[in-house]
Design a protein around this ligand. Structure first.
Ligand code: ATP
Length: 296
């Protein structure tokens, strides 16, 4: 299937510097009308669903999709719209909010490790261990709540070491058959204000509003800086980050779909070939069923 735009423009090249201020949060629409958007998304979903069935049948590789972004960036909507066509048995979504007491009693990767996708599955993380170099970095009180030994927290390379840990963890997963793709939904502060106001003004959206969202907004520059460094330090050829312009939710969903589709197309997925034993079993079964039909 032909893609609507070269998605490599959104990929963060390994070891390249990132300037979020200069990176677009809005691009020309990839659709010409509502109908065009719906039909493009439907086509992508259909193709993704096809590759998901091949991934599931193969039971060898898995795909982990990580979504990060400021509040109201559209993570949930992107996940819902892009993945809605695929077989729910082959896909699991996990959201990572503030860690529970039990989660805080373990190392920071633990809660995500136990939710990694099994072979054959697509795993979707709505937020992830990346929060450990984002909110935990931006808000010192969050780090203080992690009960780490002071001598470790005071290490000069504390954050650098976290990036290293994450890179190693992801290359380990890569060598175990898990393909990881990471999306940063890049939203402007103006668009976030509009979306938060809509959550306040529209009774149907009130449930989405959290006062804490304003607190994170008040640290906007700190978050952008933390995201920037995180993208620079943890985008690799094997497990790349994509910066998705997110001010237009529909465009963002089309970009995300295309990245997922292209990733799956490159995973060398194939239906397993039948073993000679299975070929024999199939022939036997066919004969039994045909004989049964002939007997009626
Ligand atoms: P959304 O993810 O769309 O904002 P939400 O606000 O309903 O959904 P919550 O369950 O409230 O989701 O969790 C999101 C909040 O949890 C975010 O503010 C995020 O920064 C915070 N969070 C995620 N991981 C951690 C972490 N490891 N330590 C502290 N806070 C975290």
């Amino acid at each position: 299937m032909k893609l609507d735009c070269p998605i490599s423009q959104f990929r963060v090249a390994a070891d390249k510097s990132v300037k979020l201020k200069k990176t677009a949060t809005k691009i020309d629409p990839l659709y010409t009308s509502d109908q065009d958007y719906e039909s493009k998304l439907a086509n992508y979903r259909e193709e993704i669903a096809h590759w998901q069935s091949v991934l599931f049948a193969g039971q060898q590789q898995s795909l982990l999709l990580i979504f990060q972004g400021m509040d109201s960036a559209g993570k949930g909507g992107a996940i819902r719209h892009v993945m809605s066509g695929i077989n729910p048995q082959g896909c699991q979504v996990h959201s990572f909010g503030r860690p529970s007491e039990e989660e805080l009693a373990h190392d920071y990767l633990w809660r995500c490790l136990v939710r990694l996708p099994r072979r054959g599955m697509i795993g979707i993380f709505d937020r992830s261990y990346y929060e450990e170099v984002l909110v935990v970095r931006v808000k010192p009180e969050v780090l203080a709540g992690q009960s780490l030994p002071t001598s470790l927290v005071q290490q000069k390379n504390f954050w650098k070491d976290r990036y290293n840990d994450i890179r190693h963890h992801e290359s380990y997963l890569h060598r175990n058959g898990t393909k990881i793709v990471k999306f940063f939904l890049h939203l402007s502060a103006d668009e976030q204000r509009k979306r938060l106001l809509a959550r306040i003004d529209d009774p149907g959206k009130n449930w989405k509003f959290r006062l804490g969202d304003l607190d994170c907004r008040s640290h906007w520059a700190g978050f952008q800086k933390a995201y920037q460094e995180c993208l620079e330090q943890t985008s690799t050829a094997e497990s790349p980050w994509y910066i998705v312009p997110a001010d237009d939710k529909r465009n963002a969903r089309l970009v995300v779909s295309q990245v997922i589709l292209q990733t799956m197309q490159k995973m060398d997925l194939k239906f397993p070939t039948a073993s000679s034993g299975l070929v024999q079993d199939l022939a036997t079964a066919r004969k039994l069923l045909q004989d049964e039909a002939a007997a009626h």
